[in-house]
Design a protein around this ligand. Structure first.
Ligand code: DLL
Length: 436
């Protein structure tokens, strides 16, 4: 069902007109409230009056994750602190996380856009819906939660962890819908099989999966093992959280909530716009956000925009599945991890040499991160060739990594000169996960 036909099915012409008006308004708003944007626009000799139609967007500056970092924590916030009612955070490349503040209106827009996604997946008021994304600073848990409540279905805030308890809740509460990462869905299926529970004993029929890349093969496996229909949901904290785009029953690309988030595809090297069907970096401008509006935010996600009619009746353009990143970010158990964060932890520990390697595996459908790091020769010579100090150092590195990355990593401390050096740049990451 289309949640908001007046918007989701509005004509392309009316939509472009609405986008143009909203763009002018948001540019005027940030120009007067965010010195970062005013300075950038003045340097480019662009004023809000130069932005009249949506096509004028190319005159505006880009925003990067580095800009958010440089303006940590609240430098890009446009609304006064008294108007902010929620703050989320996402992983930064090193050191600082990215902070995103939302006004009451922003939370309303988020819930509306989330309800559009859920309604598109077939969620109705009489559904019982489990939210198995993490609750907390991550936008997955609370973002989907508010959308389910706004739609009027019953939300079960299961959050992450304790898979066996989750399986029991699925059965006992007659849960009909679930939102989680696609890899967790497979892990859930495995746990069900181990517990001897078959899909026909459950009422589960809909899954809303995202926060990490997944494939058509994973979709068919999840659908057959859980006995459900599996839909893609995409989003990112800087722009809002889950709800930026969503699949419909046609499952041919994800419709972008274009009345709120304007998409562009650019060549990540030349920054030139690319036309429909061309793969490049996805860029978003928030058209209505009050807390932290962003102009032309470079997501680093690689995809293409699909134009043309969709059989579902929505007129919002669709984006193809994310096929990669234009930076080195990894997504491990749904959490964004940058090798540079690991590096900063390692450099902060005197016993560790700056030679390390990240190894990512998928075991029982759950991601596992191993960090190998060399001990410095001077410490090694002082008795690091015995087990106790190594175990102690591994514990120390693991605990620091956990506090910085928000996920657990297995740490292997190695003797000096044992991690392979590669000519020029060290190969930091070995990703053994095969997304079939
Ligand atoms: O992952 C928001 C979210 C939560 C989306 C729950 C969907 C469901 P961040 O932690 O800021 O926000 O991470 C955003 O995750 O730039 C993509 O690289 C990746 N990502 C999110 N959804 C998908 C998806 C949330 N459906 C980053 N497919 C994004 C592929 C995804 N990658």
């Amino acid at each position: 069902m289309i949640w908001n036909p007046a918007k989701e099915s509005m004509s392309r012409e009316d939509l472009r007109e609405l986008q143009g008006r909203r763009l002018h308004k948001i540019v005027t708003y940030v120009y007067h409230n965010v010195p970062f944007y005013r300075n950038k626009m003045q340097a480019m000799d662009v004023s809000p009056d130069d932005i009249r139609t949506i096509d004028d967007i190319v005159k505006l500056p880009f925003t990067t994750k580095q800009d958010l970092r440089d303006n940590y924590p609240f430098g890009l916030q446009a609304a006064p602190q008294s108007e902010i009612i929620r703050i989320h955070a996402s992983t930064g490349t090193t050191g600082h996380p990215t902070i995103v503040g939302y006004t009451r209106k922003d939370i309303g827009v988020w819930s509306e856009c989330m309800s559009r996604c859920l309604s598109s997946f077939g969620v109705r008021k009489d559904d019982v819906f489990s939210v198995a994304y993490g609750y907390g600073l991550f936008t997955g848990g609370l973002g989907v939660h508010y959308g389910v409540e706004n739609l009027g279905a019953a939300v079960v805030p299961t959050s992450t962890g304790n898979t066996q308890k989750h399986v029991r809740l699925l059965k006992d509460l007659g849960i009909t819908g679930i939102a989680c990462t696609p890899s967790f869905a497979l892990h859930l299926a495995e746990t069900m099989e181990q517990e001897g529970i078959t899909p026909d004993e459950l009422k589960l029929r809909i899954g809303a999966f995202g926060a990490e890349p997944w494939t058509e093969n994973m979709r068919s496996e999840i659908e057959s093992r859980l006995g459900i229909k599996a839909y893609n949901i995409y989003g990112l904290s800087e722009i809002m959280g889950p709800c930026v785009s969503y699949e419909c029953e046609a499952q041919h690309g994800s419709h972008i909530n274009e009345d709120h988030f304007y998409p562009e595809i650019i060549d990540p090297t030349t920054l030139e716009p690319l036309g429909p069907g061309k793969t490049g970096e996805l860029v978003f401008t928030t058209l209505t956000k009050e807390g932290m509006p962003l102009l032309r935010y470079r997501t680093r996600d690689l995809t293409s925009i699909m134009e043309g009619e969709c059989s579902c009746g929505r007129n919002f353009v669709r984006m193809a599945p994310i096929c990669g990143r234009s930076d080195d970010m990894l997504i491990i158990r749904g959490i964004n991890v940058f090798p540079s964060q690991v590096e900063s932890v390692i450099l902060s520990i005197p016993e560790c040499a700056p030679h390390f390697r990240l190894i990512v595996d998928r075991v029982d459908n759950l991601d596992r991160l191993t960090v190998q790091v060399e001990v410095r020769p001077e410490y090694f010579d002082q008795g690091f060739d015995t087990l106790a100090p190594i175990t102690e150092l591994e514990r120390k590195v693991a605990s620091k990594l956990k506090s910085v990355l928000s996920i657990s990593a297995k740490v292997n401390v190695k003797a000096p000169n044992t991690i392979e050096r590669v000519e020029g740049k060290t190969k930091f990451v070995i990703d053994n996960r095969i997304l079939k």
